[in-house]
Design a protein around this ligand. Structure first.
Ligand SMILES: Nc1ncnc2c1ncn2[C@@H]1O[C@H](COP(=O)(O)OP(=O)(O)OP(=O)(O)O)[C@@H](O)[C@H]1O
Ligand SMILES: [Mg+2]
Length: 250
């Protein structure tokens, strides 16, 4: 691959392996994973429960360290960075949506969404203004003062999405972002991701079981038992294959 092509990649995963536990209880969860996440694309990661999807995206986001292999994220070699450097890099350049939302229960919606901006030193009033804009985009403009416990699961998920987008990160990584959303809100969120990925040459990496959203993907990577076993590039002539629509649900 040429240098120019490498620059187009938001993430380049080469031979990444990861195990949990020791001795007899040791479990190899990722087995020499290969994956390219291109800028301008929505890449979806699918596969049965327990195959290693969350583990892989946690490594790409820098919240978990791999045992072996190489990893370039937005042109940086994460293995050469200290934990503090990775934390700063993530806060600036990556938007991460956790499978379990991870909203701060004592903060209102607008305060939760403001957090990534406040970390970057944006003033409280500017952060709040921008947070309200993004909450409006996900259809929660009327709920800015509510706490997470006062919201439905789908509303909490949209707050988590707003928080991941608020600082316009170059790489957005989401674990099941539409699992708690109805068709209408799922569509709104996917349109937002498309706008983010295509309009500004960023990249979106989504773990999903939700075959309602597969047609939004440019590329689908199918994982099984710690390996990427198939890559499918999606376009008008190449719709998502039927067998990927039957991935095991939780
Ligand atoms: N911190 C950990 N300690 C020990 N085992 C772990 C840990 N995290 C994950 N695992 C194991 O690694 C395997 C892969 O987990 P992972 O969460 O990556 O799966 P997944 O593909 O995201 O599944 P799901 O679709 O259910 O979310 C599972 O067998 C899980 O039990
Ligand atoms: Mg998972």
């Amino acid at each position: 691959m040429s240098k120019a092509e490498t620059g187009r990649l938001a993430a380049h995963v080469k031979g990444i392996s990861k195990s949990f536990g020791d001795g007899g209880a040791r479990l190899q969860v990722l087995k020499e994973i290969e994956l390219e996440v291109r800028r301008g694309d929505i890449t979806m990661l699918v596969g049965p429960s327990g195959c290693g999807k969350t583990t892989l995206i946690s490594i790409i986001a820098g919240t978990l360290k791999a045992d072996a292999g190489e990893l370039q994220v937005l042109g940086q070699d994460l293995r050469k960075m200290s934990t503090a450097e990775i934390t700063r890099f993530r806060a600036q350049h990556i938007g991460f949506i956790f499978q379990s939302f991870n909203l701060i229960p004592t903060l209102s919606c607008v305060e939760n969404v403001s957090v990534p901006l406040l970390i970057q030193g944006v003033s409280a009033s500017k952060a709040e203004k921008r947070a309200k804009e993004v909450l409006d985009q996900v259809g929660l403009g009327e709920r800015t003062k509510h706490r997470p416990s006062q919201l439905s699961g789908g509303q909490q998920q949209r707050v988590a999405i707003a928080r991941a987008l608020v600082h316009e990160p170059e790489l957005i990584i989401c674990d099941e972002p539409t699992a708690a959303l109805d068709a209408k809100n799922g569509h709104v969120v996917m349109e937002l991701f498309e706008h983010v990925a295509r309009g500004k040459d960023r990249a979106v990496l989504i773990v999903t079981h939700d075959n309602r959203i597969f047609h939004h993907a440019n590329r689908i990577a199918n994982m099984d038992d710690g390996r990427v076993v198939e890559i499918h590039d999606v376009d008008a002539d190449n719709p998502p294959p039927e067998h990927l629509k039957h991935v095991e649900r939780l």
